[in-house]
Design a protein around this ligand. Structure first.
Ligand code: SF4
Ligand code: SF4
Length: 369
């Protein structure tokens, strides 16, 4: 079946009318196929699935305790953006942050959607369980979740606030905020649930999960914490562009230093990449422009459950990490400094000789200039 047979001309014309070129849209669908582990030949099938969904797949997006950073991340994405694909093509009937409706009108939309049922429920933000600490339309957020999760076909918790409370639930957590999974258990609702830990969620992860659902009619394979294996199957450290420096024992010890300019490993600056599972180095943010470590910041481990308390302070090295460049030494935060300082100095010296010999310098991401 050719592209034209699968995706109607009318649909592609409608997209073009909204400023999304058909060629870009089909290209985007091909890239999305690759994102979820399918051949790019599945692109037209994804386009067809989205066309079908435009007619019948409603989405409800609830905002609880958060800074709405996940919505921000989504709507700031580039053209043809996941926001356009999901928010324009799918029928997002309710999203408090970006919808025009408010007050009674917004409440009516929620009531009508609840009655119709069959929607995908996206949850952004944690759920306060202390009475009066999180209200929408004079209702406790926990009750809003209960009402709206009941008729949903699946629930997707986006961002670490939604999966386990995230930043708003950090100690001492005065509002007793919990994640979506725990909240659903508390109100006795069992639904297919996908957890997308990250702060904020990567828009491409959400597109991948929604497209997987539309195309294959099921949520993707999940790990023990309910995260899609396709995005949470490997550590940041496994795919990090600074990994060769780690393996050789070349570390940044101070921001603004020569080692930092050379793009050395950020382990000693507190990088939590060795214990954090997420595809950030592969998928990156803003149309693969950059990501935390490429931009020069150590990973703070925001893809891991309980990261706000577990990984604080964020600039302290993780204990118990084996460092191959130092002969497989397992160094704790206390003893790493002295060992690695020697290796770093040696690494810089070797690098300087090699650079002078080749006449090249390296950028912050370790790439050649
Ligand atoms: S910067 Fe972090 S993730 Fe990258 S190699 Fe170093 S420790 Fe591993
Ligand atoms: S690299 Fe680390 S801190 Fe940055 S988004 Fe990924 S998991 Fe979070």
């Amino acid at each position: 079946m050719g592209k034209k047979d699968e995706v109607s001309k009318q649909f592609l014309d409608a997209l073009e009318f909204r400023g999304i070129k058909r060629r870009d849209f089909l290209k985007y669908c091909g890239a999305t196929a690759a994102l979820i582990g399918l051949s790019e030949l599945y692109g037209p099938k994804i386009a067809a699935a989205l066309e079908k969904a435009a007619k019948r797949q409603p989405v409800i997006w609830l905002n609880f305790a958060s800074d709405s950073g996940c919505t921000e991340s989504f709507i700031k994405a580039t053209y043809p953006s996941p926001a356009e694909v999901i928010l324009d093509i799918l029928s997002v009937d309710y999203n408090e942050t970006i919808q025009a409706a408010a007050g009674k009108q917004a409440e009516e939309i929620l009531a009508a959607s609840r009655k119709a049922g069959g929607y995908i429920l996206i949850v952004e933000g944690g759920v306060p369980t202390k009475k009066g600490h999180g209200m929408i339309g004079n209702k406790e957020m926990l009750d809003v979740l209960k009402e709206m999760a009941g008729p949903a076909i699946a629930v997707i918790a986006i961002g670490s606030c939604a999966t386990d409370g995230g930043v708003p639930a950090a100690k001492p957590n005065p509002s007793q905020i919990i994640g979506t999974g725990e909240a659903l258990q508390r109100v006795g609702i069992s639904k297919p649930l996908v957890n997308m830990d990250l702060c904020p969620v990567n828009p491409q992860y959400l597109v991948g999960v929604v497209v997987n659902f539309l195309l294959l009619g099921k949520i993707p394979d999940l790990d023990s914490q309910g995260r899609p294996k396709m995005f949470y199957g490997q550590t940041i450290h496994d795919n990090c562009e600074r990994r060769a420096h780690f393996d050789a024992g070349r570390f940044v010890e101070k921001f603004g230093s020569q080692e930092e300019a050379l793009g050395y490993c950020l382990y000693k600056m507190g990088c939590k990449g060795p214990m954090t599972y997420s595809a950030c180095p592969k998928i990156q943010y803003n149309d693969r422009t950059s990501w935390c470590i490429k931009a020069g910041g150590p990973c703070i481990g925001c893809a891991e459950r309980g990261w706000t308390d577990k990984f604080a302070g964020f600039y302290e090295p993780l204990p118990g990490v084996k460092i191959p460049g130092l002969g497989g030494v397992e160094a704790g935060a206390d003893k790493l400094g002295a060992i690695a300082a020697v290796a770093t100095a040696a690494g810089i010296a070797v690098h300087a000789v090699a650079t002078a010999a080749s006449g090249r310098t390296k950028g912050k991401d370790g790439g050649k200039k």
